[in-house]
Design a protein around this ligand. Structure first.
Ligand SMILES: CC(C)(COP(=O)(O)OP(=O)(O)OC[C@H]1O[C@@H](n2cnc3c(N)ncnc32)[C@H](O)[C@@H]1OP(=O)(O)O)[C@@H](O)C(=O)NCCC(=O)NCCS
Length: 176
């Protein structure tokens, strides 16, 4: 078994002119690419296998990141399932001159470990070590079910981790 700390990854980049949109702020696609790379390293550290991105949950761009600022991306594994795993990613921006920091983005990535034949392969479990990691571990199971339900891969009857009130809410939306 491995712990979330074993997969923790941290990457920093300075925003250069090539990374920006016409407004001089970091281009969203460039940031997604960095987040995906950081998260993939966490996934591969945990599994010790090649991992491919299968899903990215909604990503909010809360605060623009400006030319010359430092972007720091951090990721870790929240939970390992059979062949897939959830990686949480946070993005912070820092103005190096003023030392001011802010959190800009947050997202959950799902990866699948694959073998030489590019088939999904079983992975080792994750062992959360503290209360926060336990909460992340529990919520990851709920998010997985929600993801798979939204993709039509499972039905509501197959869910065991989703809370009743959320199921009721989803069911109401289904009826509209
Ligand atoms: C990843 C891939 C091999 C999975 O193939 P598949 O036929 O869906 O495989 P399975 O049905 O066995 O699912 C494998 C795992 O992925 C999970 N999964 C599949 N689609 C998912 C989705 N949309 N969201 C979350 N999990 C998903 C399944 O739940 C399963 O997890 P588990 O074993 O832990 O329960 C295949 O979808 C693929 O090659 N995708 C392209 C990956 C890629 O190129 N990524 C880079 C994008 S540019």
């Amino acid at each position: 078994m491995k712990t979330p700390s074993d997969s923790r990854n941290r990457m920093s980049e300075v925003v250069l002119p090539n990374d920006t949109n016409p407004y001089g702020t970091l281009f969203g696609g460039r940031l997604l690419s960095l987040m995906d790379k950081c998260a993939a390293i966490s996934a591969m550290r945990h599994t010790e296998m090649v991992c491919v991105t299968v899903a990215i949950d909604s990503v909010d761009f809360n605060s623009p990141i400006h030319l010359g600022e430092l972007v720091t991306i951090e990721s870790w594994v929240n939970r390992a399932f059979k062949t897939s795993l959830e990686v949480e990613v946070i993005v912070n921006a820092e103005n190096i001159l003023t030392q001011q920091k802010r959190q800009c983005n947050h997202a959950f990535f799902t990866f699948v470990a694959i073998n030489d034949q590019r088939q999904p392969t079983s992975i080792i479990p994750l062992n959360p070590e503290n209360e926060l990691e336990n909460q992340r571990f529990e919520k990851a199971a709920m998010r997985r079910e929600l993801r798979l339900y939204m993709k039509g891969r499972i039905s509501l009857e197959d869910t065991v981790h989703l809370k009743d009130d959320l199921i009721a809410e989803i069911s109401r939306k289904d009826l509209q």
